[in-house]
Design a protein around this ligand. Structure first.
Ligand SMILES: [Zn+2]
Length: 97
């Protein structure tokens, strides 16, 4: 399985090194190292109703905007269901391959 190096957001898969704020924030204002500031703020997801398919579509679009090659986009999108946020949500279901 694809294992990214360095910390990535466990919701959208973007490298946290790209995050200006270095991560999302917890309810007490401390940094949450699992999620980026685009996904997680003040202890809650910014878009709590987002599904894994929605996130994949969003990230595919964002990666396109960054002008990354197609295989990079595929790599980014494919890793999303394995991230902590979605892994927990789909626990018990067979992995989508
Ligand atoms: Zn994120």
């Amino acid at each position: 399985m694809f294992q990214p190096k360095g910390a990535i957001c466990q919701s959208c898969g973007m490298p946290l090194s790209r995050d200006k704020r270095g991560g999302g924030t917890n309810a007490d204002g401390s940094v949450n190292p699992d999620y980026c500031s685009n996904c997680f703020h003040a202890g809650a997801f910014l878009e709590p109703k987002l599904t894994v398919a929605d996130m994949q579509q969003k990230v595919r679009h964002e990666v396109k905007e960054m002008h990354l090659p197609g295989f990079m986009a595929t790599k980014f999108v494919k890793q999303i269901p394995t991230l902590k946020r979605w892994r927990d949500a789909t626990a018990g279901e067979p992995p989508a391959t």
